[in-house]
Design a binder for this molecule. Structure first.
Ligand code: SAM
Length: 329
């Protein structure tokens, strides 16, 4: 993000927040889908108050999501841009989650005064376990679908990197969720067990069948299986407290063969605590939706591995894909 140096910079940031609020509300109201066909739709045929349409459609047009079609009778019609149409077709523009998250941001004050997680407008906690609310199956599936969609390149890059360190044997995909990270390892000659909550194991099995084994349970207390030549934690540690890490990492070391590799993929803050951007920003999400999650510093994570008995740590950065990996043996 741009640094803030003056009032204009602050104002630019506020405009970005406004634009995101408009996108989230249009998505929640199904307005992008109402424009889903290629034909322009007249303003009065859209399910939105005409004042709201008049004042928000130009924002979306400015962002390249809508195209204005003036009508011969002086009226207005709107159509999706080709890019917006693709995003609607991919199911990206009809989600409730964006508006709910935006509304959560309006309830930050008590979180800053008393700590997280954030509560909804009825006072219910919005706590998740690594993003998952197992009681809400539809939400869990939607969250896993989102993580799956976004892990196309990162799962392939991570598997290629790990295959240079571990050439055969059995891998544990801890908190593997949708299963894509584990599944990628199969093509590099490893066998894979995914450990996750029962609901997520079902999601991974529905996608990958019996090609990966699963163990359902709570990885903080339950038997982790093994032994393993490789243990992968992708997007797991940011959801855990330092105390939970200090309890989990030694247990992982016990199920890793001597010389085996633990790989922690996440977004780690550098020594400035200001970079990289995804790590700096993600801390807020963890404050709002986890008990004690955070963006860990690189040094902090290397120290945690050392405390658990791991050594020979390496750090590999994939800045274009917005993640990095810390490996230990
Ligand atoms: C943010 S998701 C990451 C999923 C996948 N590894 C990825 O990178 O896309 C966190 C996963 O960890 C699982 N998880 C969190 N805490 C857990 C626990 N105590 N026991 C088992 N699974 C847990 C969640 O169910 C979820 O699937």
């Amino acid at each position: 993000m741009n640094t803030i140096n003056n009032e204009q910079d602050l104002d630019a940031l506020r405009r970005h927040a406004n634009a995101w609020a408009v996108i989230a509300t249009w998505a929640k109201l199904g307005l992008f889908e109402a424009l889903g066909d290629s034909e322009p739709v007249r303003a009065e045929d859209l399910p939105i108050h005409l004042d709201a349409l008049r004042n928000t459609a130009p924002i979306l047009a400015h962002l390249g999501l809508l195209i204005h079609h003036p009508q011969s009778d002086g009226g207005d019609a709107w159509a999706l841009s080709p890019a917006a149409k693709c995003m609607v077709d991919d199911g990206l523009m009809h989600q409730d989650r964006a508006l709910a998250s935006f509304q959560d941001l309006g309830r930050l004050q008590p979180v800053f005064e008393q700590g997280g997680p954030v509560h909804d407008e009825k006072g219910h906690s919005r706590l998740t376990s690594g993003g998952v609310v197992t009681a809400d199956k539809a939400k869990t599936i939607a969250f896993m679908d989102m993580l799956y969609r976004r892990s196309d390149e990162s799962s392939a890059s991570l598997a290629s990197l790990l295959a240079t360190r571990v050439t055969q044997g059995h891998a544990l995909d801890l908190g593997g969720g949708h299963g894509r990270y584990g599944h990628e390892l199969l093509s590099h000659g490893l066998t894979v067990t995914l450990f996750d909550r029962a609901e997520c194991c079902d999601i991974a099995k529905a996608r990958y069948g019996e090609t990966i084994a699963t163990i359902a349970g709570d990885f903080m207390v339950d038997d982790l299986g093994g032994p393993y030549q490789l243990i992968v934690l992708s997007n797991i540690v940011h959801g855990l407290s330092p105390e939970e890490l200090d309890s989990l990492l030694p247990r992982l070391r016990k199920v890793l063969v001597p010389g085996g590799v633990i790989a922690i993929k996440d977004m780690f803050l550098d020594a400035t605590m200001a970079q990289p951007e995804p790590a700096a920003l993600f801390g807020l999400t963890m404050l709002m939706y986890t008990e004690a999650g955070r963006s860990y510093g690189l040094r902090e994570m290397v120290n945690a591995l050392g405390k658990a008995g791991f050594s020979n740590t390496e750090h590999i950065d994939f800045p274009e894909q917005r993640f990095s990996v810390i490996m230990g043996r």
